[in-house]
Design a protein around this ligand. Structure first.
Ligand code: ASP
Ligand code: MG
Length: 425
């Protein structure tokens, strides 16, 4: 059996739904399939907005109506018969969403966020389920909250792997033997029956969880790019597609900030040696990229840019050396305020680290450490990483940039610089 994941761009309008039908009717016809789907187009952003408006006591009905109209307009194109059951299914979801918004309380932001934002995936999976059914591709609709369990870490639910694997591996194979399963990405359920989300862009991770628990033959993520590229084409002028790369390589790229796959996706697949295909939903016959157990001495350098960075440097107040004691209090404070170290370096009397800019967290950190250190910071900055760099790629990327800090290992070159005018790179 195989797992497919379709992201927001592959369900953004009626033509996109028809394209999914085309893919399912033309590739891997005889395999058992589980299909994970994200919210349609930019629905998750729109739901975040409507929730924020409700939370802040602002007028939100207009945003709500826009979300509803967007879905209904696509559904009307796909289902001309107005008595089709998809209308009742959507109506129920929107009625539920309206009640949730009316009941929003001015506390517990994260918990309420999950109950509301998750509606996007319920809607898209219902539309896909009914659409494929109507197109002679009968399928089961699965509420993934019944099988994918997390704890109550709202907005970043931690998966209960034992329970989840047991449910998925016991309950789904018999269903899959009958017909494909359509389910939601990004969301999970708690033991108490509440909904959680797995972090933005988390649908890839959901698909990997299903692939792992079902010991699938492969996972394919269908995207609007031809495969895994060595740089984001929106940020870099020249890109190349990898035909294949190793799990380890993909994990590291995601760690440094490559946005093509969600960082948690590859680990579970690597554990069970399940190949991950990244393919274009516009050109399903093209090979795309496969991430698996392969070995290469040398692959094309990859370029990763993290924007909106802050460079912090900590100096001891008495110009004394930075000791392990100092480092320990800095690390503890970073961890307490959930600031993730993207790069770090220390010298005799200072310690520097580059983190994502998050003003409230940075302010809290500064307040926390102000007694012990003099803290300087610099922003907004860019953090570039070149994996598998060589001299020409390094020269080209650093050219004309004001570098504040750099670091290199044998494979990886990283530097922090001021944002440049030249864009893309
Ligand atoms: N719909 C969610 C998001 O936009 C999850 C996903 O698409 O992966 O973050
Ligand atoms: Mg997405």
């Amino acid at each position: 059996m195989i797992v497919y994941k379709f992201g927001g761009a592959s369900v953004k309008d009626a033509a996109a739904f028809r394209n999914i039908r085309h893919i399912l009717a033309s590739v891997a016809l005889n395999e058992e399939k589980l299909i994970v789907v994200s919210a349609m187009g930019k629905t998750t952003n729109a739901l975040e907005l409507v929730f924020k408006q409700a939370y802040q006591g602002q007028e939100y009905r207009h945003t709500f109506a826009e979300i509803q109209d967007y879905h209904l307009q696509i559904v009307r194109e796909l289902f001309p018969a107005l008595q089709h059951p998809v209308y009742a299914a959507l109506h129920q979801q929107f009625a539920h969403l309206r009640v949730l918004l009316e009941q929003v309380q001015p506390h517990d932001f994260d918990r309420q966020y999950d109950q509301i934002i998750s509606v996007g995936e319920l809607l898209s999976s219902l539309v896909l389920h009914h659409f494929l059914d109507q197109q002679d591709l009968p399928n089961h609709w699965l509420d993934c909250r019944d099988v994918l369990r997390t704890d109550e870490t709202w907005r970043e639910g931690r998966v209960d792997w034992t329970w989840t694997e047991q449910q998925i591996s016991h309950r789904l194979p018999a269903l899959l033997a009958e017909k494909p399963i359509i389910t939601q990405g990004f969301i999970g359920g708690t033991a108490q029956g509440a909904t959680t989300t797995l972090g933005r862009e988390g649908s890839d991770f959901s698909a990997a969880i299903f692939a792992y628990c079902l010991q699938a033959q492969s996972l394919t993520i269908w995207k609007d790019v031809p495969g895994l590229l060595n740089a984001d084409p929106k940020l870099f002028r020249e890109t190349v597609r990898y035909e294949e790369i190793a799990y380890q390589e993909a994990i590291e790229m995601a760690y440094y900030g490559a946005s093509v796959i969600h960082p948690k996706t590859v680990q579970p697949l690597a554990k069970r040696c399940i190949p991950l295909y990244v393919k274009s939903f516009l050109h399903p016959q093209e090979p795309g990229t496969v991430i698996w157990n392969c070995q290469h001495d040398r692959i094309a350098p990859s370029f990763i840019l993290k924007q909106n960075q802050s460079l912090l440097s900590f100096h001891t107040k008495d110009f004394g050396f930075i000791s392990e004691q100092h480092l320990s209090s800095i690390f503890q404070a970073l961890s307490r305020h959930r600031l993730k170290i993207n790069l770090m370096q220390n010298s005799a009397i200072s310690f520097s680290t580059c983190v994502d800019t998050d003003e409230p967290r940075l302010e809290a950190l500064k307040a926390d450490l102000a007694e012990e250190f003099q803290i300087l910071y610099n922003q907004p900055l860019h953090l570039f990483t070149i994996k598998n760099y060589d001299q020409p790629s390094l020269d080209k990327l650093t050219h004309g940039k004001e570098i504040l800090l750099e670091q290199r290992s044998r494979q990886t070159f990283q530097f922090v610089c001021r944002p440049t005018q030249e864009f893309p790179h």
